[in-house]
Ligand binder design. Sequence first.
Ligand code: NDP
Length: 254
Amino acid sequence: MHDLFDLTGKRALITGGARGIGYLLASGLGRYGASVIVTATTTANAERAAEQLRAEGLDALGVCFDITDGAEVSRAIEKLEQCQGPIDILINNAGIQRRHPLLSFPEADWDEIINVNQKAVFLVSQQVAKRMVTRRRGKIINIGSMQSELARPNITPYAAAKGAVKMLTRGMCAELAPYNIQVNGIAPGYFKTEMTTSLAQDDAFNTWLFQRTPAGRWGDPQELIGAAVFLASPAADFVNGHLLFVDGGMAAVV
Ligand code: NDP
């Protein structure tokens, strides 16, 4: 039964895999046998993460390209496939957060959020999926959020982008499932990373979170690894277009 989750011989590309959730997912997939390629906003960040992954005994490479620029994504994926080999698993993880009230939300921040959290998922998936289609196999995992379903004040553009990630996942499922490509999403609840530092330091937020989450606590980013390994593995060969909530039950209750 262990073979169901075996990723030996698979190559995974994880955007924003240099730290936080992306790094842990890269490390988790690596421990199940995959070679991993992580991207970051700078070459130094990407290479530092790859070095750290190699220190864990994993086969890892760090690369930097602008995931929001179609031409650059196209060149980068072509080069990666030529030099490294086929990308079997793609995790669209890179994401940013900006918090402002809706009525004063800066246009530049809206653009940045939509470009990184939404447009990049489309651009990177398009280039990787094109090649998966010719091979008739592949796994794509999009990192959504609790905000793929539920809104909160001050993060409307983030919720708009993460809602779009849910529908991108379903649209990609509709067009790619016939080619034996499984496209699914993971919707994390609240996990302590750099993105949520300001929330974790806010007593009122913690009180709200502990009451609102049935499990009564923050998630540990390590707890997302199982979902990613599952969706990347043969165990999920007939799982298509699903958004898997890993949220301590938050999305299930009011
Ligand atoms: P972090 O802020 O800890 O890490 C974000 C990662 O994304 C970094 O590696 C960063 O690269 C990368 N990144 C940001 N912008 C870009 C860009 N333009 N191009 C390439 N990479 C980029 O965030 P988390 O680990 O918390 O979040 C990861 C994903 O999980 C995001 O999509 C987020 O929305 C989602 N999520 C997180 C939750 C949480 O509670 N933390 C809850 C729900 C969803 P660099 O290191 O170079 O800065």
